[in-house]
Design a protein. Structure first.
Length: 382
């Protein structure tokens, strides 16, 4: 089976050389726009390409406002601040996520609380969320949701759209509204993914996208805050630009801000990439069909887009029978120069988060021991 998989991947990508997990494709106006940015001398965080890239992302996702940042983690950090997360708060999230999710919570001096994921979406389970809140949470006279065990406010919920597959965000939102918890979406991996025809990142109070070098489109390093709230959008742009007050020459700042704005050079790259995004998504969805067919023929489970969702298939994934089979598969494929990777080590297993409160994480542990990502780059035309 392992040999057959390697033959399949080499046939798809048409090479006997090393095959990475996901590499960027620069097939359009990238060099042209970068040269134009250099010629303009506006290469830093002020420039026409930043404004245009924000407009393009807002239009594509159907959100009212998009604010560009230097990376996805900074976008998550600010998205949580905009949602009201402060020191001493708790944020419910999933343990099966990339470290940036919990890092952003920690930057707010808040603490993550872990609930389980579901197999069908790989994302936070609405039922697990509801079970946790029914057991441990209460709405007090101040209108806030409080954790009865820690005696801390549960200020936000931060689900992730894992590998470009939309979580059941509407069901999660219903639970959050019932408990007065702000919904913030970690949509870092899901540009071009939809749930019930709504783009990911447009249901919550705020959301974050990533344009890291391994994402479906890249700006080299970059992120984006999404929100439909005009006031929050103004605040986001202000505090990501060092909270500098507008003035022709004076440098005055009215609060502690962050130097988080995306440079014009990165935005130029992103704008060129956005012009190709529909083709990238179509290409990657075709790849998922090939992988799924091969898995069906070989009695393997391929992770398909969830019911009601349309996935960008950023990273294709398969679920193996056991931890031993996972380890054997990873060793064999990588030794044969086909890059594969396990899902992240769950956050509750890491030393800095192992003391955080959590409910039953059966599915989290199951997937962590069995799920593997396989080569998912856009296939170049022959």
């Amino acid at each position: 089976m392992f040999d057959g998989f390697i033959e399949l991947v080499r046939e798809i990508y048409g090479t006997k050389d090393f095959i990475p997990l996901h590499e960027p494709r620069f097939l359009g106006n990238e060099k042209k726009y970068l040269a134009d940015t250099i010629d303009s001398t506006f290469v830093s965080s002020v420039g026409a390409y930043v404004d245009e890239f924000e407009k393009k992302i807002a239009s594509f996702t159907g959100t009212k406002h998009a604010i560009a940042t230097v990376n996805g983690t900074s976008a998550l950090h600010i998205a949580l601040i905009l949602a009201g997360v402060r020191e001493g708060d708790e944020v419910i999230t999933q343990s099966l996520t990339f470290i940036a999710t919990c890092n952003a919570i920690s930057y707010c001096h808040a603490e993550p609380v872990f609930v389980d994921v579901e197999r069908s979406t790989l994302g936070l389970s609405p039922e697990s969320l509801e079970d946790f809140l029914e057991e441990y949470a209460e709405i007090r006279d101040d209108g806030l949701c409080w954790n009865k065990v820690s005696n801390k406010p549960i200020r936000a919920c931060l689900p992730m759209h894992t590998f470009g597959h939309a979580t059941r965000i509407e069901a999660i939102n219903i639970v959050c509204e019932r408990y007065n918890i702000a919904l913030v979406e970690d949509a870092a991996e899901s540009l071009g993914s939809y749930y019930k025809k709504k783009h990911t990142g447009t249901i919550g109070k705020t959301a974050a996208l990533s344009f890291n070098g391994n994402k479906i489109i890249t700006t080299g390093g970059g992120g984006m805050i999404l929100t439909n709230d005009t006031q929050l959008a103004k605040m986001a742009k202000h505090i990501t630009t060092t909270a500098k007050k507008s003035h022709a020459w004076l440098f005055e700042h009215d609060e502690v801000g962050f130097n988080y704005r995306m440079p014009n050079l990165n935005a130029a790259l992103g704008l060129a990439q956005m012009e190709q995004l529909p083709d990238f998504i179509s290409n990657k969805r075709q790849r998922s069909v090939h992988y799924n067919q091969w898995c069906n023929d070989n009695s393997l489970e391929f992770v398909l887009e969830p019911d009601g969702a349309c996935s960008n298939y950023w990273l294709n994934s398969i679920i193996l029978a056991s931890r031993q089979e996972l380890d054997d598969f990873l060793a064999y494929t990588n030794e044969n120069r086909v890059m594969t990777r396990p899902i992240w080590t769950p956050m509750h297993r890491l030393p800095m988060f192992k003391y955080c409160q959590r409910n039953d994480l059966t599915m989290t542990n199951f997937l962590a021991d069995r799920l593997v990502n396989i080569p998912s780059s856009v296939k170049l035309s022959e």
